[in-house]
Design a protein around this ligand. Sequence first.
Ligand SMILES: [Zn+2]
Length: 64
Amino acid sequence: MNYCSRCGAPVTQKVPLGDNLPRHVCNQCELIHYHNPKIVAGCIPEWENQILLCRRAIEPRLGL
Ligand SMILES: [Zn+2]
């Protein structure tokens, strides 16, 4: 990837803050371009008027 799909500025491969892998990052708008074609789905489990929230236990973004 050479240019940002959002603003058209050149991108640089570097490790973004809070990440641990090199990514293509826009030099102008700082958009991170992930190369990951996997489709992800989420849900909010609800039971007896309560919802289950989870905290991430592995890097990257441990604790979020
Ligand atoms: Zn950009």
